[in-house]
Design a protein around this ligand. Sequence first.
Ligand SMILES: Cc1cc2nc3c(=O)[nH]c(=O)nc-3n(C[C@H](O)[C@H](O)[C@H](O)COP(=O)(O)OP(=O)(O)OC[C@H]3O[C@@H](n4cnc5c(N)ncnc54)[C@H](O)[C@@H]3O)c2cc1C
Length: 415
Amino acid sequence: MAGTVHIIGAGVAGLATALKLSARGVNVVVHEATAFAGGRCRSYYDASVGMTIDNGNHLLLSGNRAALGYLRDIGAENRLVGPQAAEFSFVDLASRERWMLRFNDGPVPFWVFDRSRRVPGTRPLDYLPLARLLWSRPEKSIGEVIACNGTLYQRLVEPLLLAALNIDPPLGSVRLAAAVVRETLAAGGRACRPLIAREGLGSTLIEPALAHLRERGAAVRMEHQLRGLRFSGDRVEALDFGGETVALAADDAVVLAVPPYAAASLVSGLRVPTEFRAIVNAHFRIERAAGQPPILGVLNGTVQWLFAFPGRLSVTVSAGDRLIDAPREELAKTIWAEVASITGLPAALPPWQIVRERRATFAATPAQDAKRPGAATAWRNLVIAGDWTDTGLPATIEGAIRSGNRAAEFLSRQS
Ligand SMILES: Cc1cc2nc3c(=O)[nH]c(=O)nc-3n(C[C@H](O)[C@H](O)[C@H](O)COP(=O)(O)OP(=O)(O)OC[C@H]3O[C@@H](n4cnc5c(N)ncnc54)[C@H](O)[C@@H]3O)c2cc1C
């Protein structure tokens, strides 16, 4: 492809597109509305805790092949860290029980038959409903296909699907749940090792990507918000950035890698998901307790996952819409009380920050999932990317990167 590709949005989807195209020698310009790259996956200096933190804890799994490929491309693969095996520690705040779920490496789920590896209080037959998710009609909701109660549901299915789909699981899409199960549990422990960006999302996923793009001569223009697209026949002929209009040559193209509400305001008639779910994160400036695992699943509390980073503990609450308007300090205290009781750390509230992302992901219901468009549009030089496009996955880094790779592939095939 000889022309320039203008990529709108420097989230991971836009960056993935830019990396793939620039690696093929395509001239790329990335335009980002804000002063920082990374979108919903970013680090920033936070004065309340006096350190650089992430907007939210992001968990990847060793089976996230596109995300790992992206990290290899930018030389940052070793910045994701996790245990050698697929192990997940849990604590139940109601019963005070603690256990570790340990998947075996291969795809045959021997762990289900091993009392010391499976979820306590469950029997092998309890795991059959997970297979039902794979065989059921994809347009159904999870609550229509499996019983959302019982020990296995509460201790494995709910935490897994709540984290992966960011929705109360009974309302979630079977198609998306099946994709998660297929790419994780059904693929075996080798695909389920939890991985986190211990030094932060920015220095792991974003800054090395920007450095690579700049090395390849790609331009990245910050605070350069696209205000409008000018269409002519079957193509986009110009980009309107407010004070500046960029006319497109015949072989130039545009990749719109912005959130769905931004895409809908730029392209009238575009069908996009319109409902969202929040994610709430609480960050505390404190070292982890002795023996505290780096990642801990928490049941029957406000806290759902507790992550330990150097000098900081961070809590994730998915589908956290009920907490969006809760008074911040009260919320910090409630969450810290749970963390202190789990870890044995002092009850006094350490320096804290609450980050609430209202529109963290599109609502992963069957109806919203059905509204996700593919990469192609009615205009031959306009392509769409983003975690909300039809990747077959929930809104995740993996999905966002696959959408970016797909957009790059689509444009390369056209040339
Ligand atoms: C708190 C939180 C926790 C999460 N946890 C996980 C997790 O554990 N694991 C996981 O895999 N995923 C997680 N996710 C989801 C993950 O962050 C997203 O799927 C991913 O970052 C989406 O990337 P994107 O590039 O598609 O979109 P975005 O990150 O939204 O990027 C879009 C970019 O476009 C820019 N933009 C918008 N309008 C314009 C315009 N007109 N002109 C120019 N630029 C524009 C925006 O500023 C933004 O930078 C989480 C998300 C949140 C918010």
